[in-house]
Each structure stands twice: as structure tokens, then as C-alpha cells.
Design a protein around this ligand. Structure first.
Ligand code: PEP
Ligand code: MN
Length: 264
């Protein structure tokens, strides 16, 4: 299989602008769950950049559980993300909700995200395989590692070698945490596959107070980077405010994680 170490012994390094994902350095992706306005996105982008983020995240098309919840600003958000990149120089990570919006999203995104709920959307995976942009493939909330790697296989088989895996927690019986961060997936994936793997502690736990401890653990277990939600006014966020770090917290996380990353 194309995803396996047997096929490709060396780590795949995914280039995103000047950033290299999977080369041994720790990559930090930060930003709000959703783009809510130009002012909101630019404010957060400037703050996370100053703190040390390498890429900016922000949803334009949001996969929401309820059809009544905020669905994202769509194309308007893509224009805002383009402006964020122009102004800050940060490469952009944003989600393509289905294959019909892929053209629009890949025009603006430096990395196209495929969300947990879409991990086995095979039409979307095939479309991602035809893209020249790297893909951040999140693990489905009930997906085995085998299923996750086979989803990545669709993208590689389609001709796109630049897949970044992202563990974001799986469904278990716990109530103290939105999902359960499966940290054991990290060393197993790194052993079995050459693809880089990030950890998203925000969607894994759903609670701000757990994000920093889980981030430390993710680095210790060998993740190639983190994707963290940050909002300057989380109480007013239109989605996932409860799990969003304040910019000051993100800055502290960056400061403490840099020396930690050197250890592993
Ligand atoms: C997200 O990162 O914005 C998101 C919706 O995450 P997930 O697909 O992991 O739920
Ligand atoms: Mn979110």
C-alpha cells in the first residue's frame, strides 16, 4: 500500500509555503473554529502569528450537527482567508465540506481539510487525490487506524502524495471529555506509515482546560504538530467557543512546547 512504510521507508515531508510538515520540527496550526468576520479572523491571525503559529486555520464551510447551527460564511469566508494570508503571510487551512466546493476551497487554501465526518466520503477523497494542494485528513470519530489509512490511500492512489493525518479524538463512553484523544494512534501510525500525523486536542476534548495538557502529551508521544482552536472572544464565538484557547494561553503553550519538542 502507498501509505505504508514498507512501500516508502522515509518520512513524507509535506511542503506548505516555507513550512515543512513531517521533517522533525513541530508544526503549529491555530485559529478559530469558524471565520466569523474579517475583523475576527485578522485579529486572531495576528495574535497566533505573534505567538509562533506556522499556519492559520478557520472554517468557511462548517460540518455542524444541527442544521440550525451556524454553517459558516462560505465563499465570503474564503475571501477573508485570502486577505488573512496576504496580510500575515500565514498559509491557510480550511475545510472542503464536499466535492462540489472543492474547486473554490483549493483556490484559497494552502491545505485542504477533510473533516472527521467526511473521512470516508469517497467522492471527496477521490477529488482530493486530483488536487495539487496538500490535504489534512482527520480521523473519523469511529474509525479504526486501518480505515483511516485506507482513506488516505484513496488520496495517494489518486495522485496526490501530500496527505497529513490528524487525530482528533474518538467516541467513547466518557462524559468528562467530548471525545477521547487516542494518543496511542500516534506512535502506531508513525511506525506503520510515512505520512505526518498531527494532533487536534481541541476537538478531542471540547474543553479549554484540557487543551494544554493534551498538547504536551501529543508532543511527547511523537506528533509532528498540533492544530489548536484559538478565539479572542470565545464567549461570543459562533462555534466551539468552550474549547477555544485565549490568545494568551496559546502564546504560553507555544513557549512551553518549544523546548519540549526538542526532547523528542
Ligand atoms: C474542524 O476542525 O473544524 C472540525 C469540524 O473538526 P472535526 O472534523 O475533527 O470535527
Ligand atoms: Mn471546531
Amino acid at each position: 500500500k502507498l501509505v505504508s512504510r514498507e512501500f516508502h521507508a522515509q518520512d513524507t515531508v509535506v511542503p506548505v509555503g516555507d513550512v515543512r510538515i513531517g521533517n522533525g520540527s513541530l508544526v503549529l496550526i491555530a485559529g478559530p473554529c469558524a471565520v466569523e468576520s474579517e475583523e475576527q479572523a485578522l485579529t486572531i491571525a495576528r495574535q497566533v502569528k505573534r505567538a509562533g503559529a506556522h499556519l492559520f486555520r478557520g472554517g468557511a464551510f462548517k460540518p455542524r450537527t444541527s442544521p440550525y447551527a451556524f454553517q459558516g460564511l462560505g465563499e465570503k469566508a474564503l475571501k477573508i482567508l485570502d486577505r488573512v494570508r496576504q496580510e500575515t503571510g500565514l498559509p491557510i487551512v480550511t475545510e472542503a465540506l464536499d466535492h462540489t466546493v472543492y474547486d473554490l476551497v483549493e483556490e484559497v487554501a494552502d491545505v485542504v481539510q477533510i473533516g472527521a465526518r467526511n473521512m470516508q466520503n469517497f467522492t471527496l477523497l477521490r477529488r482530493a487525490g486530483q488536487s495539487s494542494k496538500p490535504v489534512l485528513l482527520k480521523r473519523g470519530m469511529a474509525a479504526t487506524l486501518e480505515e483511516w489509512l485506507m482513506a488516505a490511500e484513496y488520496i495517494l492512489e489518486g495522485g496526490n502524495p501530500h496527505v497529513i493525518l490528524c487525530e482528533r479524538g474518538i467516541r467513547t463512553f466518557t462524559a468528562h471529555s467530548r471525545n477521547t484523544l487516542d494518543l496511542s494512534a500516534v506512535p502506531v501510525v508513525r511506525k506503520e506509515s510515512h505520512l505526518p500525523i498531527l494532533v487536534d486536542p481541541s476537538h478531542a476534548c471540547g474543553r479549554r482546560d484540557q487543551v494544554i495538557p493534551l498538547s504536551r502529551a501529543a508532543v511527547a508521544v511523537g506528533a509532528n504538530g498540533l492544530m489548536v482552536e484559538v478565539h479572542h472572544r470565545p464567549d461570543e464565538a459562533l462555534s466551539d467557543g468552550a474549547q477555544s484557547l485565549y490568545p494568551e494561553q496559546f502564546q504560553r503553550l507555544c513557549e512551553e512546547i518549544a523546548p519540549l519538542a526538542q526532547l523528542f
